[in-house]
Design a protein around this ligand. Structure first.
Ligand code: SF4
Length: 456
């Protein structure tokens, strides 16, 4: 394997060399014109991509969004596919199109209902952006999607990749769509020392693919789609790349020079993610073995979701006892379950988990509700891991308490209107434990706990 110094950083050519120097020296000040000049030079000496397009025609996966040129459907699929596998997306994509067949239908839907339909797909800001984008297209564009990448970039929530994907796939506009998969393919084909997460390397990739598109040598949509597909199924990260099956193996510089698994280079995180210490309580009412869930605030991380009650920091048994007394509970038994870490994109929760059996105050008369009643009331309020099958489970009993513990937030307006005095709910895990979804709820909050059933 040759060292990094042997690697050809960018294609030869004086213009390219000047631009590369500028990228390295003052990346923040690189003009769009310089970048375009580098992209054009790179595209000129780029290998022939017809084998890729032929391979795509013969081997592409049959995915529902590949049967349409409707910009609304393509946009929907692209948003859903961000950070999410195609097989996971398919049922959500189909459900969304049943619920909201047009962009106007999506714009008119209550946000809470859209979030409910999104439940389980994760990264909920995508659903909020989708609806904001649908409102913009409906109200500002008269219900018709802009046909150019520049026009699409004005739609809230649409970034450069999605604009390129919709413009090329729906309107055959010659513009690139560079996501992480495509950037990896371009990086390896050119054997560039690009780094994951580096904005300037991404801009170079975008300039290169835009130039390839503008050369007119290839149809716009299939060029983008075939690069996306190659990155997803063949040119996979690290050592997972299946070069012997690749239609471009003969011209791939990284394969020829033995650099594949090292490209793109891993990102160097300059500052570690901030950590938040939290202590979660699996709070169990000894009388009926129901468990307490409280609703998170209406904005921010996991907004509006239910979770186990928690205290800030790592706390002692005495602190937990005092806390529970303040809530009006009587602690009967307390066990430490162990630590766990939950890693989000911008934050790490460093957690302790405790199991606390309590007795509730007398005045907590249990107005019991069946699952269908509670779902009618909770309606649009997401519970992590909740699924339609679980909602339809008639034996799953949730219970509200009239006593308002201090750890509960004020109820959301729709819950208050439905008669909820606070946002803590108690639900029966014994019945739900056998259902697939409930352990998943726990698992999402007990990342280090191992077998969840053993906790019940
Ligand atoms: S030969 Fe290997 S590294 Fe090169 S593009 Fe194909 S799969 Fe990727």
């Amino acid at each position: 394997m040759s060292g990094t110094g042997d690697r050809q950083a960018f294609p030869a050519g004086r213009a390219a060399a000047v631009v590369v120097k500028a990228i390295k020296a003052e990346p923040g000040r690189l003009s769009a014109a310089d970048l375009a000049a580098w992209g054009a030079a790179a595209a000129e000496s780029w290998p022939e991509l017809q084998p890729l397009l032929r391979w795509f025609g013969e081997h592409k996966r049959d995915l529902p969004w590949r049967h349409t040129r409707d910009p609304y459907k393509i946009w929907l699929s692209e948003v859903m596919l961000q950070q999410t596998r195609a097989q996971t997306v398919i049922p959500y994509y189909q459900k969304f199109l049943q619920l909201y067949p047009t962009v106007q239908d999506l714009a008119a839907a209550p946000l809470a209902e859209v979030l409910k339909a999104w439940e389980g797909l994760g990264y909920y800001s995508r659903a909020r952006n989708l609806q904001a984008g649908a409102e913009y297209v409906t109200e500002t564009c008269g219900g018709t999607f802009p046909q150019t990448a520049a026009g699409l970039l004005k739609v809230p929530g649409i970034g450069r990749y999605t604009a390129g994907a919709v413009a090329s796939l729906a309107f055959a506009q010659p513009v690139g769509a560079v996501d992480g998969n495509v950037l990896r393919v371009l990086c390896r084909l050119g054997n560039y020392p690009w780094q994951q997460g580096n904005t300037h390397d991404r801009r170079a990739g975008e300039a290169l693919l835009d130039s390839l598109q503008q050369s007119g040598r290839y149809p716009a949509g299939p060029l983008n789609e075939s690069l996306i597909e190659l990155g997803a199924v063949i040119c996979r990260p690290g050592a997972q790349a299946d070069c012997p099956a690749c239609p471009l193996q003969a011209v791939c510089k990284a394969r020829i020079s033995g650099q594949v698994k090292d490209l793109p280079r891993p990102s160097r995180r300059l500052t570690p993610l901030p950590e938040e210490q939290r202590s979660f309580l699996l709070l169990i009412n000894q009388a009926d073995q129901t468990w307490c869930f409280v609703q998170r605030p209406a904005s921010g991380l996991l907004a509006g979701f239910y979770e186990f009650p928690s205290l800030d920091g790592k706390v002692s048994q005495e602190e937990i006892n005092r806390y529970l007394e303040e809530q009006g509970y009587h602690l009967l038994k307390l066990d430490y379950l162990g630590p766990g870490r939950q890693i989000f994109t911008h934050l790490i929760w460093d957690c302790d988990f405790w199991r606390a059996e309590v007795s509730l105050p007398q005045e907590s008369g249990p107005p019991e509700l069946t699952a269908s009643q509670i779902c009618g009331k909770l309606g649009s309020t997401p519970l992590p891991g909740r699924s339609e099958s679980q909602l339809a489970e008639p034996e799953l009993v949730y219970r509200t308490v009239s006593h308002k513990p201090a750890h509960a937030e004020e109820p959301a307006p729709e819950l208050a209107a439905a008669g909820f005095s606070q946002t803590a709910i108690w639900l029966n895990p014994a019945r739900a434990a056998a259902r697939l979804t409930f352990p998943r709820i726990l698992q999402s909050f007990l990342p280090g706990s191992g077998a969840v059933d053993s906790l019940l």
